[in-house]
Design a protein around this ligand. Structure first.
Ligand code: SF4
Length: 892
């Protein structure tokens, strides 16, 4: 559409506003209540322009070919000046001096400090929250913060209160900010145009984003969860001043959560490891790099030479970059000579890799976050994204609030269950029953894509035979999900046009997690909603920032980079030629097998890179025994974690804010990681550390820089053949598969055919099998473990930030009826005992838990949830059964 603005004619898309046209024309029109991340409201009237014969708010008025726009109408300009002058006359004069959008608007309109009120209104400040501060006197009641909270974040924590000129923002609950529903995403901080809401840094977000500070701004990717938010790190004098979400972030598009946005204080913690430690006379003592590396090479070398290379095993890091993971597995294979390398996807999403590969061909989610914007129905299974993947949680919430249907499959009433059309609340361990029941109802209802099934799938007859046992009534008996709810869910998923399946660890962390993934994938295949332009596919919400990448890079015992099987002689030959070293043939040990082998004396050395296995792996007592049994343990870490405290050598590594490389997020998207700071003291980047370790063996791993490592990986790995740092710098992100330098990457997989051997999606005919551990008379309750919003995994990072003020301790979530039976009240301490151990914790009474089921996170060492969890694991991948632990409860 062509629109005239003053003397220019500009092309704008259909549906554009007058403000879009004005900006396209390069004309200046002030705005205050406008933020491109939320719907325009036209509230502040600062953007008034003349459109034809009318005066309109440019942000809400639709542009038209036939209506010329004038931004220089003197009468309109006078009105705008009057509107803004009225707005500021209640503000204290200091509001004029702050670097804010309001000050820029005042400059533009020639409004000086004289128009401001010398005294202000004396409304006071709210500094109760560690990250969000409110100066009520500066509020202009534009409502941007309220709309950011409602529309972008979906939390509805804020409201405008008061009347007329006294209207200001306050938390909806009326009390101090810290007690409100605020989740500290920082959206209001980023958007406030007047400086009324600010973050913990002195600079306003406007000043940060406009580059008015003297900061270096470094674009990187968040090092917390697997969403992969692009962040701008504002650094000055070796410190992080603030982090803001990148407006053009490919996944987050200007949004972030409390962790990525604010929880960076850990990098400056005095507890950071700043030099190597070695154990002398039973104590860890400071050592030089030369001493530490010499000891490490001597001990590992001796174990390798005496007991063979398979006596050494390494656990690589899902927190670290692709390039570091690539280097570590290359070190283990070429220098040590073993495939004993694994990463923590083993204990979270290994069933996704196995299940998705078997159903569709590749070990990643089928679709990308962009497809969620188009989904008209979400089947959200075993995933609590508003806590574990908050930016995606908000995206789903927005889509649901805009009309998409939502089916939640979860034993807990998670936040999104409150918005769900149907909440299928089965007993822990009943996923396969529920998915088989849904599959049967899809077939019975005729809600399947017959053509797709005939042309692109196989296994329907075998599936039908299995589904004969899963009538809705039978599913109700087996799972506790009411048959009527199951029918409603099947209808919602079956009749939607663009259904998307999003799932998480509630599906994978079970004794039959791979079956859970596959029977869930069946639903998308039956609907033809995968590998098609209208299909929302099946997406796994990856937990850690680079758990996808660690596996992609070959930190797996049975796969080289790009899931190329170790067992394939041609693959080994290619890597042997590429790396100039003979590839070990025998697939290596998985993490739980490493522990068993250490206890059996077959593994004598463990190299643990960036994981606190004593805190995060199940059955901590067993892990501790394995670590103790190993003759030599190396921990490469940023803090003296529980695992590091048991090591013989501790090598200080770097945080994500200090390193160069790339991560792969949950939707197979490579993005760059760039250093904003130097590692503290003698600490080194993990890339440098691994090179130094290899050097201590007299070996040279080649690829001197992370960019060279990525280039080498791309040369040897067809699915990453087109990935390079150069392209990531230029294009921001690339999805794999990306096979050649001109391949744009596959955002949505399988449009041309599935990657299975015969090119067809494989329906899985799998019967339900009982959990590995079940409640009984002695241990009558079921413990589910997981994450909470403000903390992260073992809490190593977030507990060293003001996030600790937001959630200072761990509490057991318990249904009030169970608490009443035990005679305990909210806040009382309870002893939780499983067949492996006991911990005590205060309780939180909540209807979000079903009777007989309790929930605990694993962020706090004093409530070590993994002392309770078992070694039961997925039969296919050895992923632990974190979601089903039989426990007894007793008043402590
Ligand atoms: Fe970081 Fe995940 Fe939060 Fe994004 S949603 S800022 S990736 S923790």
């Amino acid at each position: 559409m062509r629109v005239r603005v003053d003397e220019r004619v500009v092309d704008v898309p259909d549906g554009a506003t007058v403000l879009d046209a004005v900006r396209a024309a390069g004309a200046r029109v002030p705005t205050l209540c406008h933020d491109e991340r939320i719907a325009p409201s036209g509230a502040c009237r600062a953007c008034l322009v003349r459109a034809g014969s009318e005066v309109v708010a440019a942000c809400t008025a639709p542009a038209s070919q036939t209506v010329p726009v004038r931004t220089d109408d003197p009468q309109v300009a006078a009105t705008v000046r009057q509107v803004v002058a009225l707005m500021v006359e209640r503000l204290p004069v200091r509001a004029r001096e702050l670097p804010t959008e309001l000050a820029v608007v005042c400059d533009h309109l020639g409004i000086t400090a004289d128009a401001f009120n010398r005294e202000g209104r004396g409304l006071g400040v709210d500094e109760s929250h560690p990250y969000v501060h409110l100066d009520r006197d500066l509020c202009i009641a534009c409502g941007r913060c309220v709309r950011m909270c409602d529309e972008l974040q979906g939390t509805f924590a804020l409201t405008l209160t008061g009347r007329a000129a006294d209207t200001i923002v306050e938390p909806g609950t009326g009390g101090p900010w810290i007690e409100s529903a605020c989740v500290a995403c920082g959206g209001c901080v980023d958007s406030c145009p007047s400086g009324a809401i600010t973050g913990p840094t002195i600079a306003t977000s406007f000043a940060l984003e406009a580059g008015l500070t003297r900061d270096r701004v470094i674009r990187t990717t968040c090092g917390y969860c697997g969403v992969g938010c692009a962040l701008d790190v504002h650094a000055r004098a070796g410190d992080v001043v603030a982090i803001t979400p990148a407006r053009d972030g490919p996944v987050n598009r200007g949004h972030a959560c409390v962790k990525g946005r604010f929880a960076h204080g850990f990098v400056r913690s005095p507890e950071r490891l700043t030099g190597p430690l070695i154990r002398r006379n039973g104590r860890l003592e400071e050592a030089s790099w030369d001493e530490a590396l010499a000891l490490l090479a001597r001990e590992l070398g001796q174990i390798r030479d005496t007991h063979g290379p398979d006596a050494i095993a390494a656990i690589s890091s899902a927190r670290s970059t692709n390039e570091e993971n690539y280097l570590l597995q290359k070190f283990m294979r070429t220098v040590i000579g073993t495939n004993n390398v694994d990463n923590c996807s083993r204990i979270c999403h290994a069933p996704s890799a196995a299940g998705l590969m078997r159903s569709f061909g590749l070990a990643g989610g089928t679709n990308a976050a962009e497809d969620f914007d188009a989904a008209d129905c979400f089947l959200l299974a075993g995933s609590n994204p508003t806590e574990a993947h908050p930016v995606i949680g908000s995206q789903i919430k927005r889509q649901v609030l805009a009309g998409a249907r939502l089916i939640v499959v979860d034993p807990r009433r998670i936040d999104l269950a409150r918005l769900a059309d149907v909440h299928l609340r089965g007993r822990p361990g009943s996923n396969v029953v529920v998915f088989n029941g849904l599959a049967r109802l899809l077939l019975e209802g005729g809600w399947v894509d017959e053509q797709f099934l005939a042309d692109r799938a196989e296994g329907l007859d075998e599936l039908r035979a299995v589904l004969a046992d899963y009538s809705a009534e039978r599913v109700e008996e087996m799972s506790g999900v009411p048959a009527a709810d199951l029918r409603a869910a099947a209808q919602a998923y079956g009749t939607s046009r663009r259904p998307a399946i999003v799932y998480g660890l509630g599906i994978t962390e079970h004794a039959h997690g791979t079956d859970g993934v596959r029977t869930l994938a069946n639903l998308a295949i039956l609907r033809g909603a995968v590998g098609t332009s209208h299909g929302g596919g099946v997406t796994a919400m990856r937990g850690q920032n680079n758990v996808q990448g660690a596996s992609d890079m070959g930190a797996l015992p049975d796969y080289l980079p790009g899931y190329q099987p170790v067992a394939d002689a041609d693959v080994r030959a290619r890597f042997t030629a590429g790396w100039g070293a003979q590839m070990p043939e025998r697939p290596g040990l998985r993490i739980p097998e490493m522990f068993d082998a250490a206890l059996a004396g077959r593994v004598r050395a463990l190299y643990v890179f960036g994981e606190d296995i004593l805190a995060t792996d199940p059955d901590s007592g067993h892990v501790r025994a394995a670590v103790d049994a190993a003759e030599f343990v190396v921990s490469q870490e940023i803090f003296l974690s529980a695992t590091a405290r048991h090591a013989d050598v501790v090598l200080p590594g770097a945080s994500f804010l200090e390193k160069d490389g790339s991560f792969v997020n949950f939707d197979r998207r490579f993005q760059r990681v760039r250093p904003a700071l130097r590692p503290p003291g003698q600490a080194r980047t993990d890339f440098q550390v691994i090179h130094a370790v290899a050097g201590a063996f007299g070996a040279d791993l080649g690829c001197r820089t992370p960019a060279e490592a990525m280039a080498e990986c791309a040369r040897l790995t067809p699915v990453f053949g087109g990935i390079s740092h150069e392209r990531l710098d230029a294009e921001a992100a690339l999805h794999w598969p990306c096979r050649t330098p001109d391949d744009p990457g596959e955002v949505r997989l399988y449009l041309e055919g599935f990657a299975t051997p015969n090119g067809r999606a494989q329906l899985a005919a799998r019967h339900w099998l009982p959990p590995g551990e079940q409640p009984d008379a002695e241990f009558p309750c079921t413990l589910i473990t997981g994450r909470r919003l403000v903390h992260y995994n073992s809490g190593t990072m977030t507990r060293r930030t003001p996030n600790l003020a937001l959630v200072p301790d761990e509490r057991l979530d318990i249904n009030p009826s169970d608490a009443a039976r035990l005679g305990i009240a909210d806040g009382d301490r309870i002893e939780i005992t499983s067949r492996r151990g006991s911990v005590t914790a205060p309780v939180r009474l909540t209807d979000d838990m079903a009777p007989g089921e309790v929930f605990l996170a694993f962020h706090f060492p004093d409530v070590a949830a993994n002392l309770l969890t078992s070694s039961e694991s997925d039969e296919v991948t050895a992923c632990p059964e974190y979601k089903v632990t039989a426990v007894q409860l007793r008043r402590a």
